[in-house]
Design a protein around this ligand. Structure first.
Ligand SMILES: [Fe+2]
Length: 247
């Protein structure tokens, strides 16, 4: 099982506070049968530069790896971790020179968090199209969170850019939303699922229960499209590792 969206890296955003919490979260993922995690800390261009963000993220990741090596099972008993970012959309994002370095390691996938306030503008939609034309594959983070706040026409405009769609596990677990979530996964509208886990309690790793609920309701084939995309991520990341971490 793969988790496409998480705030596992300690001390870099509002996710895991410290190494102890990150190890606790990893234990929860392990228990759920997750073997691959995309670590996607928040990147906000108004308070950080890509280079500072990457340095902080990579240093925290290295400390976490060191801590995992000291555990009884060692590093290999934990899920693989690919580093990425959850990039908050801002005007001018398409001109950011470091977009490639914010993509998930080994891939051209860029997780973008669209704005929560105000109606999305045509300019924003054009900019997402522009990013796609640059060879980067934008992925809209937790699209379900916008469905109540954006008119459906705006969501459709975004989908028409060819952006891929990530939904949070919670979408499938909440009694209020799961009907729609099951319909969307059946329609293959959802390309990736992520827990968007931030901690051990209020926003904990919950992708295992979500995928179990999908399979119980719709059968294992319902996840076929998502699994295919996940395989591409795994392969691309392993090839990146085999190249010694070179893009
Ligand atoms: Fe997130």
């Amino acid at each position: 099982m793969l988790d496409f969206h998480s705030h596992l890296i300690p001390g870099v955003d509002d996710g895991s506070k410290d190494i102890k919490m990150s190890v606790g979260m990893l234990d929860m993922w392990k228990e759920q049968g997750v073997d691959f995690i995309c670590a996607t800390p928040h990147f906000y261009a108004d308070s950080n530069s890509p280079s500072r963000f990457l340095e902080k993220r990579n240093t925290a990741y290295a400390s976490l790896m060191e801590a995992l090596q000291q555990t009884p099972g060692g590093l290999s008993s934990y899920p693989e971790i690919a580093l990425g970012a959850e990039v908050y959309y801002y005007r001018g994002l398409s001109s950011c020179e470091d977009l490639n370095s914010l993509c998930l390691q080994g891939t051209k996938l860029l997780l973008i968090e669209m704005p929560f306030s105000g109606k999305w503008t045509d300019y924003m939609i054009r900019e997402i199209t522009e990013i796609k034309s640059m060879g980067i594959i934008p992925v809209a983070a937790h699209i379900e969170r916008y469905m109540k706040i954006q008119p459906s026409g705006k969501i459709d405009d975004l989908l028409d850019t060819g952006i891929l769609i990530q939904c949070n596990a919670e979408f499938f677990l909440s009694a209020k939303t799961r009907k729609k979530a099951f319909r969307m996964i059946s329609d293959k509208t959802i390309d990736f699922i992520g827990s968007d886990a931030h901690n051990l309690t209020s926003r904990q790793p919950d992708i295992g229960p979500a995928e179990a609920a999908i399979e119980k309701k719709l059968g294992p084939d319902a996840l076929h499209h998502v699994r295919k995309n996940e395989s591409l991520v795994r392969e691309a990341f392993r090839a990146y590792k085999a190249r010694g971490g070179k893009e």
